[in-house]
Write a protein that binds this ligand. Sequence first.
Ligand code: PEP
Ligand code: MG
Length: 547
Amino acid sequence: MQIAGIGVGNGIAVGPALRMPDPIGEPDDVESLAEAPDEYRRVVSSLEAVTGELVELGHQAGGDAEEILEAQSLMAQDPAVVDDIRLRIGDGKTAERAVFEAYEEYAKVLEGLGENPAARGADVRDVARRVIARLRGVALPTVPQSDAPFVLVAHDLAPADTATLDLSKVLAFVTRDGSNSSHTAILARNKNLVAVVGAAGSDAIVNGQTVIVDAEHGRVVIDPDESSVAAAAERGGTVAAPRPLTPGALADGTPVPLLANVGAPEEAAPAVALGAEGIGLFRTEFLYLDARKAPPVDLQRSRYRDLMAAFSGRKVVVRVLDAGADKQLAFLGHTHEENPALGRRGIRALREHEDVLRDQLAALAGAQEDTGADLWVMAPMVADVAETAYFVELARSLELSTVGITVEVPSAAVLADQLVPLCDFVSIGTNDLTQYALAADRMLGSVAQYQDPWHPAVLRLIKLIGDAGHASATPVGVCGEAASDPLMAVVLVGLGAEDLSMSPGALADVRATLARVTLEQARELAARTLVQTSAADARAVVAEALG
Ligand code: PEP
Ligand code: MG
């Protein structure tokens, strides 16, 4: 299959596609429940943060990119737009919606002025998305990480994304939107990157598919035959072969199923294309985020069915709603908390609103009945025996057969010998386990250096969970980002994890690294990390051994 677009330069490249996650969506136009001055204050501080971020990214990138990103940072301070946002908030819009509408209007004005200003519309929308992400307390979708070279496929790339691409990994990029005069195309040209922009059919490309990006002819060939790949190589193209999608296993044959973390049913098919053997973490928050009340059971059931259908016969681990912290929901009674990560989050909020939890569990049981999926259900933020017993009993009473918890609060890890035997499985959430063990807010850039799962304190907690799983023959998995780090994956297996779940883009590298060690070697390396005195030393042990 071939799709047309606008070539940037005249190079050619061949490689496996890796998609950038979809951009942050348009905020719902719902009436704001917050006080206008508070909403406006949130916007002002988000705009300041985004300004600083763009300037900093510009400094890092240098050259033309610095100028472009600096110009973009000024869009975050444009007095007319800021005033427009203030007025919209005054009219009852939420901060997110007001930002979206004001910048959208600005982008449309630019688009009405001809080709060059029109291309700036994309930069304006990128500013809005950055601000909205900050207001929601979520990370912006970023370029996927991979140890192997790949072709990046995206709806569009912001100048900041293009300016900071790792050129040793990104062979070429394809965007659905964008024009020859967009800043992204300009930066691609400066970097000598092979690119096709404005390729309207590129939404059809799924992760892992081989693509030829032919900038000279402005076309992208999906799943090319061997002779087309050979012809591209003859034209001097960079050719990277896709790696085989074998099931995860150690060198001695010990299986380590490699699963995917997904946040919406639409992410299931691309995960399968990258060799995910199942879902190890389905974050269900997407169903609730912009909702003013919990979604009806039927709607939930059909969305869960979409996900389970893509993984028929394979394991699908679904986590019930993890609201609180950065995802505050009015219908769960969330109000301002000074330290929301330490507040009414996860199972704490659900227990107080058991109707919401019961509905979700009923919808999940229904979707399992519809699809015959191998459904595993777990609760977030469980801290002790009482919470574990509460969730396990409730879920079982609602016909769910495989019920467990996410171990991400240090107290649960310390009490693993009490909690784990009560469950059918447990999954270690290393993101939160690290944040809570090291008292370093995962949303706060200024303490990012403390948020390191290689810290021996975190590794020792993980070992407690692995040991408890072993003692009670309860499966232990890992679903935090640490599992995406190939060297850490070896340690996690050595500490007792039986499967690993990660962003699908990381599967290939983790698969390749696990295949190099036996279970005995993984255990030996893990034991050595536990006696180190710093995260850097623990990592060095494994890096040195595995080269
Ligand atoms: C974790 O905490 O490691 C986890 C997987 O959950 P989340 O990142 O959604 O909090
Ligand atoms: Mg978590």
